[in-house]
Unconditional design. Structure first.
Length: 290
């Protein structure tokens, strides 16, 4: 029988072979569900991000040396924003009885102890075999922001270790969003920069949440101090009521962006003025970052 005969109409596909498999509404719903899964369970997304091999090797080498130095371990872990988050999440969890919430890598290493550090590093190594890389430029920006925050901390009453961690993980939300929607995240970053207000606004329009909001929500879930969570959550805006840590994060982030040539220079200069940095001082601090 002729396959084109009306009697065989049911055998003909309802859509062309090249037609999209899902409607636009289905795609939006799928994206929303994937982002929601990261918001609800940021730890799972965190564990799916690859930690730099140098950081893992540095910890194992120190643990296996004759003189096991906590400061050397902290330096290795503190060189990677994802490793730092995993350590601080662990040491602020119910597994430990400490009353103080930690955002200092040296203190977290001391609280955990060598046995727990070895177990954590082994888990990080195992996860990294199947993990995905953080977004392009994420590590480099984290290092510049950490340095910028350290420079700012020297100007106000904020401990250097706290400033380092705040700068290092302030953009954590970018890496978490990349786990939920890598292609959308890449497209937005290419169009609007790696850590700009324009990027933030388009993240909200695309995902329903921005990277700074997600970083604040995730660190709250993990038991970080509220002042710390709030400071990284608002690193794109000057809050009506600010703390010294706000000045450090906003100023350090602005210095990093100037060093990278990213962002609106007028906005960044306004931010630095809020942080107490003049134009002439900013040029010297930016040079110190690089």
């Amino acid at each position: 029988m002729d396959s084109a005969h009306p009697a065989n109409a049911a055998a003909v596909p309802a859509t062309r072979p090249d037609a999209p498999a899902h409607s636009p509404a289905d795609i939006v719903l799928d994206l929303s569900q994937r982002v929601r899964s990261v918001v609800d369970d940021p730890e799972r997304a965190l564990n799916s991000i690859r930690v730099r091999p140098q950081a893992i090797e540095g910890v194992f080498e120190t643990l296996d040396s004759r003189v096991c130095s906590e400061s050397t371990i902290a330096e290795a872990i503190g060189s990677d924003p994802i490793f730092t988050c995993r350590l601080l999440r662990l040491t602020n969890s119910r597994f430990f009885d400490g009353d103080q919430r930690l955002v200092n890598v040296d203190q977290a290493v001391h609280r955990a102890g060598p046995t727990t550090i070895r177990a954590l590093t082994g888990r990080v190594f195992s996860d990294s075999r199947t993990a995905s890389d953080p977004p392009p430029g994420f590590i480099e920006h984290a290092h510049r922001a950490a340095k910028g925050c350290e420079l700012m901390a020297a100007r106000v009453d904020v401990p250097n270790g706290l400033a380092h961690v705040a700068g290092l993980i302030h953009d954590l939300g970018r890496a978490l969003l990349a786990q939920a929607a890598p292609e959308d995240n890449r497209r937005l970053t290419e169009a609007f920069g790696e850590d700009t207000r324009d990027l933030r606004d388009h993240e909200v329009a695309t995902f329903g949440i921005s990277h700074d909001q997600l970083a604040g929500a995730a660190t709250r879930q993990w038991g970080f101090p509220e002042e710390f969570c709030a400071a990284i959550e608002r690193h794109h805006f000057i809050p009506p009521e600010s703390t010294p840590l706000d000045q450090v994060v906003l100023g350090g982030h602005a210095l990093a962006q100037l060093a990278e040539g990213d962002g609106d220079e007028v906005q960044l200069e306004t931010t630095l003025q809020f942080a107490g940095v003049s134009s002439s001082e900013a040029a010297k601090l930016v040079a110190a970052i690089d």
